[in-house]
Design a protein around this ligand. Structure first.
Ligand SMILES: [Zn+2]
Length: 416
């Protein structure tokens, strides 16, 4: 069997012929060069409007990298025609079906690289398939551009809005996730975390905002303002993840302060106990549980803060607004009476946002408790993997590619 037969099997292009295949061995790594020519009597199509036209002249041969074969790098070689296009009224370069615009790689190879870029870092993909980092970036950009243009967003009824630190301290991204069960994905990304940033999302989301039943967010006031302004019919929920994070921070503040005070007196009872105090007791190992029991016996402020934190977890076990609300009122009263400043401060924040917290019970589990946290964890993995990316364009391409669940074109043959 000839290689041309195989090529026509995986990728046949009307109007073009695989003319000649040559294996070039006099290099550090071998290379397969596949020369393409126009089929006899075929006319080139205008790259601007798609109309066939007579050939004006032929440009120098170009190389388009194709999917490697048995570990050998493969190139298509083709001399593009310039055609006289009647509708455009000028001489235009023809379009070729295997590549887009000025791309140095074929579309099949770009989708192949993009598929690998979901599994490993762009640098690793570049190394494995002997292309530049920029080529992998271009491949991912192509996949993301296609996906964003073809995705459907009319299935979104619940979203989560969050801010994540990006690149260096003080720089933020606003992220919007779709949180509906089974279709959770990254919906939108914006730079900064101001009111106008989130307005940018709702402008883009347009009429689909009418479908929204619930919006989960943290207690970041600019977001809460815009949610009320743009989708007043949707319930704004302060989700469990962000509330828990606040309480953990308060417990840790109490611990750090007390540890310093005890250290001054030469006592080390709180040393290396941080994780024990922040973990859920059911996840502790036996030695950790023993250490926790010792701590609880000592009459420490940290232990009182810890017990308050543990107690608040019961809030999520209630099924109605009334019961949940009553529990929250009691908890806040106790936290304020605890004489632990950080805990009292959390209690005041929770009281201030009482209604938004109870919205959790009003939507009856429309948003599962781990939804935002789960998406955030995945996002942080990708951010870490793409830490060296300097531009927002590269970072956003990586995030949409990894978390957007974007659609792909129906290719005749899948390589990756
Ligand atoms: Zn034209």
């Amino acid at each position: 069997m000839q290689l041309q037969t195989l090529l026509n099997f995986v990728e046949k292009h009307k109007g073009f012929v695989y003319e000649h295949v040559a294996l070039v061995r006099d290099r550090r790594s071998p290379e397969l060069r596949i020369r393409i020519r126009p089929a006899k009597g075929s006319r080139g199509r205008c790259s601007a409007c798609g109309t066939p036209g007579p050939t004006y002249d032929t440009l120098a041969e170009r190389r388009f990298q194709f999917v490697p074969l048995w570990g050998i790098v493969v190139f298509f070689l083709y001399a593009m025609r310039r055609i006289s296009c009647a509708p455009c009224g000028r001489v235009v370069v023809e379009m070729v079906p295997w590549a887009q615009g000025k791309q140095p790689i074929t579309t099949s190879f770009a989708w192949f690289l993009a598929a690998w870029a979901k599994r490993m870092s762009w640098k690793e993909v570049a190394g494995a398939f002997r292309v530049s980092w920029d080529t992998v970036f271009a491949a991912v950009q192509m996949a993301v551009a296609y996906g964003l243009a073809h995705r459907k967003i009319d299935d979104v009824t619940a979203i989560g809005v969050d801010e994540v630190m990006w690149h260096k301290r003080g720089k933020f991204l606003t992220v919007v996730y779709a949180l509906d069960e089974g279709v959770r994905r990254l919906l939108w990304l914006g730079q900064g975390r101001k009111e106008e940033t989130l307005r940018g999302f709702f402008d883009w989301f347009g009429d689909h905002g009418k479908n929204l039943r619930a919006v989960a967010s943290d207690m970041w006031q600019p977001f809460m303002n815009v949610i009320r302004e743009r989708v007043p019919w949707a319930l704004n929920i302060l989700d469990r993840f962000h509330i828990t994070a606040n309480v953990h921070k308060a417990v840790d503040e109490v611990r750090a302060k007390e540890a310093r005070e005890l250290a001054k007196q030469g006592k080390e009872v709180l040393k290396h106990k941080r994780w024990i105090l922040l973990k859920s007791p059911e996840n502790l190992t036996e030695p950790q549980a023993a250490k926790l029991a010792d701590l609880v016996k000592a009459n420490l402020k940290t232990v009182r803060a810890y017990l308050l934190k543990e107690d608040l977890r019961q809030l999520w076990g209630h099924f109605t607004v009334t019961l949940g609300g009553a529990f929250l009122i009691r908890w806040c009263r106790r936290a304020k009476a605890s004489r632990l400043d950080p805990m009292a401060r959390v209690a005041r924040t929770l009281e201030k946002n009482f209604d938004l917290i109870l919205n959790w019970f009003r939507v009856g589990g429309a948003i599962s408790s781990g939804a935002v946290e789960g998406m955030n964890n995945k996002l942080k993995v990708i951010l870490r993997r793409s830490y060296g990316f300097r531009s927002y364009e590269a970072t956003s391409a990586a995030l949409y590619h990894g978390l957007g669940k974007l659609p792909e074109p129906p290719l005749i043959h899948r390589f990756g």
